[in-house]
Design a protein around this ligand. Structure first.
Ligand code: HEM
Length: 151
């Protein structure tokens, strides 16, 4: 269980790095100057795979977590407690939304005919996903019970 939490925590950095590189490259390429190469396509795909892996690991954690269990046992009270609400509802909901955005970005970038169009889809959808992930992350500086380690 502890190993799975560590894996989930570490994988966030791989996902963030892949997302940031994809977004920066896309932001520099929407004019159409840069071709959308096979390494761009692979990076977009690996980003989606990393996100889906986070989803699978997250589901395993969710089903085993004592803090989630405490929240689910009494949802009424959990909604009034910011830590229990975060772990029972907010983290899972927002992260799933972000993973859906990443999936849409991957699919739509493949469907576009032009290189600029492909980059634009990555920029929009990965950009939105990054904002949601940053908000939904249990950063160490967040209040007690939400804030975790950097790694
Ligand atoms: C982009 C996707 C996600 C990212 C970046 C992410 C990130 C994190 C981080 C950094 C932690 C803290 C780890 C630690 O304590 O060191 C965490 C904990 C957790 N995550 Fe996620 N997460 C994601 C998606 C999900 C999803 C989709 C679920 C549920 C289906 C989920 C369920 C959990 C649970 C239950 C914990 C806490 C487990 C516990 O300590 O009891 N996560 N997540």
């Amino acid at each position: 269980m502890e190993f799975i939490v560590k894996l989930h925590s570490f994988l966030r950095w791989a996902l963030l790095l892949l997302m940031i590189v994809s977004i920066v490259k896309a932001a520099m390429s929407t004019s159409g100057k840069n071709p959308y190469t096979s390494s761009d396509r692979k990076r977009t795909l690996f980003t989606m795979i990393a996100a889906h892996l986070q989803l699978v690991i997250g589901v395993v954690l969710y089903l085993q977590s004592t803090i989630v269990q405490a929240g689910l046992d009494n949802m009424g009270a959990a909604m009034k407690n910011s830590t229990l609400r975060y772990w029972t509802v907010e983290h899972i909901t927002m992260m799933i939304i972000a993973i859906v955005f990443i999936t849409i970005g991957n699919i739509r970038s493949k469907k576009m005919d032009t290189d600029a169009g492909k980059y634009k889809q990555v920029l929009i959808w990965f950009g939105l996903a990054l904002l949601v992930i940053i908000v939904a992350m249990p950063w160490p500086f967040r209040p007690d019970g939400i804030g975790r380690g950097w790694f």
